[in-house]
Write a protein that binds this ligand. Structure first.
Ligand SMILES: [Mg+2]
Length: 228
């Protein structure tokens, strides 16, 4: 098979962040680990989870401007090797795409920084003055990120075998559509490591994205662009 597209999760894969949602919670001093566990278990929907997050932030500060949310991401760093991997893929005419259930404010800026070919994420709605509304916008269901991969395969007229997805959480396994490949990268949650092992996918226990390279191109180790 010829690799044509690599689909990356963002939080914990391209961005050195736990979660773009958690960064807003840290700003407002909110966050409910019980809701997160229920969400991971599939007991509440993406829309319910998002509106509950917004409710928590607004209980601290009723009026929240888009610029304030954007500032929550000012300290975000790329994962080590992310820039180099995207560049090296581009050199080989392999497209890089982000499929993230994270916040579009952050995912969009990472996408721009890396110059990826396409991206999808979840987002907010605002009033005419830029203040946050109560309901979010679900584009990427966290438990069914595969819907976006199927769409990508259809639009770009690919074979699933030409696609490899890279994720760090158990929910990212939904990107592993039949016929495609999946790489588990740096799973920080023990349940993610177990889920990857159970699914029989390769796991890269490293926090440098260049270490996925031998799984993208078997037999090769990463060679930085310009060093060849
Ligand atoms: Mg992630």
């Amino acid at each position: 098979m010829t690799l044509k597209v690599v689909c990356f999760d963002c939080d914990g894969v391209l961005a050195d962040t736990i979660s773009s949602w958690v960064l807003i919670h840290e700003h407002f001093g909110t966050g409910d680990t019980d809701m997160l566990s229920r969400f991971i278990a599939g007991e509440i929907s993406d829309a319910e989870f998002m509106s509950d997050d917004i409710r928590q932030w607004k209980s601290v500060q009723p009026q929240i401007h888009r610029d304030e949310l954007l500032r929550c991401y000012s300290g975000v760093k790329l994962m080590s090797g992310a820039q180099q991997v995207v560049e090296a893929l581009r050199e080989r005419d392999v497209a890089s795409v982000i499929v993230s259930a994270g916040v579009d404010l952050m995912i969009g800026s990472i996408a721009k920084l890396l110059g990826v070919d396409d991206w999808a994420a979840n987002g907010f709605q605002y009033d005419d003055d830029g203040y946050l509304l109560d309901e979010g916008m679900v584009t990427v269901p966290a438990h069914d990120k595969g819907a976006l991969i199927h769409k990508l395969v259809r639009i770009r007229q690919l074979q699933p075998s030409e696609v490899i997805s890279v994720g760090d959480s158990s929910m990212d396994l939904s990107m592993h559509i039949p016929g495609s490949q999946f790489i588990g990268f740096n799973p920080r949650r023990p349940d993610a490591h177990d889920a990857f092992t159970d699914a029989g996918v390769p796991v890269v226990d490293s926090d440098d994205l260049r270490d996925i390279w031998p799984h993208l191109f078997p037999g090769e180790s990463f060679i930085a662009v310009g060093d060849e």
